[in-house]
Design a protein around this ligand. Structure first.
Ligand code: NAP
Ligand code: ZN
Length: 340
């Protein structure tokens, strides 16, 4: 079969490899679509630990082609999405229900072969059934949506809450949609690209801000701003120092900041501990998708999340390595790899 192989830092190419087979507890899944994520680019540049040679791709879904002898509840021909993050189930974090913090986390597409290929091996405990009539491209969004759902759960939005989302990539744009579904009535998105601000307004943002063209703290929370005093919950979805610092200043007193964006290791951000104390801010990290993959799949199956507008382009496996090796094009939100 064809697979995109990361053979070392800066070395990625399409190769012909042996077609894998399902072990007793596995499904062999024919990939219908696999999303390109910032993490795939980090792997290529050696900025995120992985174990090459490996086939990247952790946002995938497809059709079950074969099942192992001990598999139950799945049949050949089923459409499934895979939660790529395999927790060990036996470390102190797993025993405490914090599976995203598992000591032995083994992610598909990072430490074992993933979805930029014709087929992937998926342990049955990581698989979730999708409707047969779902658009084949939509299942690839379950993983990023699951990560956003974890952030949403931590943010504890209530009907009527006010929300700011910093960063208008796919994570920010999914978070805007979840905030709307959770009942937030003010949803402000900050991102520099005008096309993304327009898209956010279509997807439920009540206002958008260009952080390059204004003082965002004043525009949002200033005395004559959109929400004087600040917002209830801020989702940092850009992963840069600037937005991390802004997030603490945009939250109202007693408000919550959820850090979803991955800032490069070693980056430091400034905040005033006095401000944190005096305004009783809650600052929470949100990592991966613990126990949210099924909910993400159900949300996508229900049609409650707009997916098509997030897909900027679809490429073949032959084009995938070049997409991963290059930065995203301006305006691009999500690129899907769709094997022919
Ligand atoms: P993305 O496409 O890179 O989106 C982030 C966007 O933030 C950028 O494209 C950029 O859009 C915007 N941005 C950059 N600087 C900004 C600034 N100063 N002010 C406002 N916006 C700014 O990435 P993504 O796929 O949506 O992911 C977002 C972040 O979440 C990444 O750091 C990713 O690694 C992380 N992530 C975390 C998890 C988790 O489990 N916590 C899961 C998946 C992804 P403009 O050019 O329009 O400003
Ligand atoms: Zn564990």
């Amino acid at each position: 079969m064809k697979a995109v192989r990361l053979e070392g830092v800066g070395n990625i190419a399409l190769r012909e490899v042996g077609k894998p087979s399902a072990g007793p507890d596995d499904l062999l899944v024919r990939i219908e679509a696999c999303g390109v994520c910032g993490t795939d680019r980090h792997l290529f540049h050696g900025e995120f630990p992985c174990t090459p040679p490996v086939t990247p791709g952790h946002e995938f879904s497809g059709i079950v082609e074969a099942i192992g002898t001990a598999v139950s509840g799945f049949s050949v021909g089923d459409r499934v999405t895979g939660d790529p993050n395999i927790a060990c189930g036996r470390c102190p974090h797993c025993h405490a229900g914090r599976i995203n913090l598992c000591h032995n986390l083994m992610a598909i597409g990072i430490r074992r072969d993933g979805g930029f290929a014709e087929y992937v091996v998926l342990p049955q405990k990581q698989a979730i059934l999708l409707p047969k009539d779902l658009k084949p491209t939509h299942g690839a969004f379950c993983e990023p949506l699951g990560c956003c759902l974890h952030g949403m759960d931590l943010g504890r939005i209530k009907p009527g809450s006010s929300v700011a989302v910093l960063g208008g990539g796919v994570i920010g744009l999914l978070t805007v949609q979840l905030a709307r579904l959770a009942g937030a009535t003010t949803i402000i998105l900050s991102t520099r690209q005008a096309s993304r601000r327009a898209l956010a307004e279509e997807l439920g943002a009540t206002a958008t801000v260009d952080p390059g063209a204004c003082d965002i703290i004043d525009t949002v929370g200033g005395p004559s701003g959109l929400l004087p005093g600040g917002v209830d919950v801020v989702f940092e979805c850009a992963g840069v120092r600037e937005t991390v610092e802004q997030s603490m200043r945009l939250a109202r007193a007693g408000g919550t900041v959820v850090i979803v964006g991955v800032t490069p290791q070693g980056i430091k951000a400034e905040f005033e501990p006095f401000d944190l104390l005096f305004r009783e801010l809650k600052v929470l990290g949100s990592f991966l998708n613990p126990f949210t993959h099924r909910r993400a799949a159900d949300l996508i199956a229900s049609g409650a999340i707009e997916i098509d507008k997030l897909i900027s382009r679809q490429v073949t496996l032959e084009e995938a390595a070049a997409v991963i090796a290059n930065p995203p094009a301006p305006g691009e939100v999500k690129v899907l790899v769709v094997p022919r």
